[in-house]
Design a protein around this ligand. Structure first.
Ligand code: FAD
Ligand code: SIN
Length: 518
């Protein structure tokens, strides 16, 4: 039987939630709330691996330089230093907890990915890294005294006297609503890929935690930066499925429909350019050649290398009639990772005392305007440890979330749309976001989208089940994204405005949003 009061309440059971819980339980009673099955999360699908400077000739400083340059001027340097310096110790902990990273001749194998200057990606089961991590952490939690409530949706964060004190929940199976009180409340609810028609993310990725924290008065930041992964399988008869960047790290080449390798036209690093560059290049090539996709070609590599290094991808494609050892696979960009989120400091603290955030739902600006491949899993490990240390009083008292150049805004009210507009539904939202808040954006389409979303917010009935809560959260999240994208009148990292195509030095600052009234 769960209690009504805990030292730690953690929302989410991906790497952020599970890892935080395993560290927190050493210091007090811990509850995990998760809205689906315990292993239903983005983490499970991670393919490429975890980046850490553990190889010969690599250093945290080199890892930091690569992270900063992918982040296009918007990384928080202190957060990046913490990430790259503390990363190797956190990986060692994961190995102690049983994650079986791949080895070669007794040494951990290190792969290459886009915009990394050294091979530094640890992987497990070839391309099944996330599955191995999730399995190891779930097993450890199951053996512990941590209480886990699955199929339990967090619907609200209760704030009393300016402090987060409890979480409202809805049991998705019985419909019973319950409130759990906690001394430390941690949001680890992951990303929001479901906002978009094409995404690598599973159905649980609806951005709930960011919406909950925003409604509770927490600041959100960098919401205009959403990463589109360049290479998701694009087949009419198959769900969107990631073809890992690690394939290009091993030598895979992007080709147009005539077989021409085009990436060297766009960047000196060609196929290993940063993700935002590759995604935009693919979108341009698709338009130029009037095609639904480009092609990822790995067929020049030995078949046994492909099958052992990418077993999940190989079998997924083969089951759909594509043998990647012999022929290229059709790919196109898909929504993948939310760089923005609940603003945290380098100790996981949000702007609301008692409320912490970790993982993809959080934003310390460690990834800036564009995340470097395989830095996300590392980010959750590093900042989970610091968050728990902070809850034990091991962090400095002050919470410096402000920097002078930051633009802090409230959500504006938008005038209603006069023309016929789509009704609020997940399909219409995904379509709207894909068309208007995707890889290429412009002011007039963003403004129209903001007005539609604002009207939807006014007309949607109060949510009462999982689906309606998720839709309500996603509409709010889309608004946060669109309003931030409207504010940023430049192009930088993953945010590309056709009406402001240049990067402007005066915009080297963050956009944060806060609720009108708390
Ligand atoms: P998640 O793993 O998504 O977990 C979120 C949890 O919160 C879930 O359990 C969910 O059910 C729960 N939840 C959500 N809302 C609620 C609610 N309202 N109430 C209760 N529970 C809720 N990153 C890398 O670094 N390397 C990679 O190789 C890599 N590959 C990737 C491949 C794919 C296909 C995808 C989709 C992502 C990949 N990423 C990779 C990104 C990385 O996997 C994620 O950023 C990371 O796993 C996020 O972890 P998380 O714990 O924050 O969120
Ligand atoms: C991939 O394997 O391409 C995904 C890696 C990541 O998102 O970091």
């Amino acid at each position: 039987m769960p209690r009504s009061q805990y030292d730690y309440i953690i929302i989410g059971s991906g790497i952020a939630g599970l890892n935080t819980a395993l560290l927190a339980r050493e210091n007090g009673s811990t509850l995990i709330l998760t809205k689906g099955q315990v292993d239903d999360c983005n983490t499970r699908y991670a393919q490429g691996g975890i980046a850490a400077a553990i190889g010969t000739g690599d250093t945290p400083n080199l890892h930091m330089q690569d992270t900063l340059s992918a982040g296009a001027g918007l990384c928080n340097r202190e957060a990046v230093e913490v990430l790259t310096n503390e990363g190797p110790q956190r990986i060692a902990n994961l190995i102690r907890w049983g994650v079986p990273f791949d080895t070669s001749h007794g040494e951990i194998s290190l792969g290459m990915e886009g915009a990394h200057s050294r091979p530094r990606i640890l992987h497990a089961g070839g391309d099944a890294t996330g599955q191995h991590i999730e399995l190891a952490l779930v097993s450890r939690v199951a053996e512990s005294d941590i209480d886990v409530l699955d199929y339990t949706l967090a619907t609200g964060i209760v704030v009393e006297n300016g402090r987060a004190v409890a979480v409202d929940t809805l049991n998705c199976e019985t419909g019973v609503q319950e409130t759990f009180r906690g001394s430390h409340i941690v949001v680890g609810t992951g990303g929001a890929g479901q906002l978009f028609k094409y995404t690598t993310n599973p159905e649980v990725a609806t951005g709930d935690g960011v919406a909950l924290a925003f409604r509770a008065g927490a600041r959100v930041m960098d919401m205009e930066f959403y990463q589109f992964h360049p290479t998701a399988l694009r087949l009419k008869c198959a769900p969107t499925f990631l073809l890992s960047e690690a394939m290009r790290g091993e030598g895979a080449v992007l080709r147009d429909k005539y077989g021409r390798a085009f990436m060297s036209d766009y960047h000196p690093l060609a196929d290993l350019a940063p993700r935002d560059v590759v995604s935009r290049a693919i979108a341009t090539e698709m338009e130029k050649t009037d095609s639904e996709s480009v092609f990822l070609d790995v067929s020049h590599l030995p078949s046994e290398v492909i099958q052992s290094r990418f077993p999940t991808i190989y079998h997924f494609c083969l089951d759909r009639g594509i043998d990647i050892t012999r022929e290229p696979a059709p790919v196109a960009p898909a929504a993948h990772y939310m760089m923005g989120g609940i603003q945290i400091d380098t100790w996981g603290r949000t702007s609301v005392p008692g409320l912490y955030a970790c993982g993809e739902a959080a934003c310390s600006a460690v990834h800036g305007a564009n995340r470097l491949a395989s830095n996300s899993l590392l980010d959750t490990l590093v900042f989970a440890r610091r968050l728990v240390d902070c809850s034990l009083g091991q962090a400095p008292e002050d919470n410096p979330l402000d920097d002078e150049s930051m633009l802090l805004r409230r959500l504006p009210e938008r005038s209603p749309v006069c023309a016929t507009m789509p009704s609020p539904s997940i399909e219409n939202l995904q379509d709207l976001c894909w068309r208007n808040v995707g890889i290429n954006r412009n002011g007039s389409r963003l403004l129209l989208t903001a007005r539609i979303l604002n009207l939807w917010q006014r007309m949607m009935p109060a949510p009462d089940d999982r689906a309606s809560w998720e839709l309500s959260n996603m509409v709010l999240l889309a608004r946060l994204m669109v309003e931030s994208a409207l504010v940023r009148q430049e192009s930088r990292g993953s945010h590309f405005r056709q009406d402001f195509p240049e990067t402007r030095p005066e915009w080297e600052k963050h956009v944060a949003l806060i609720q009108e009234e708390v």
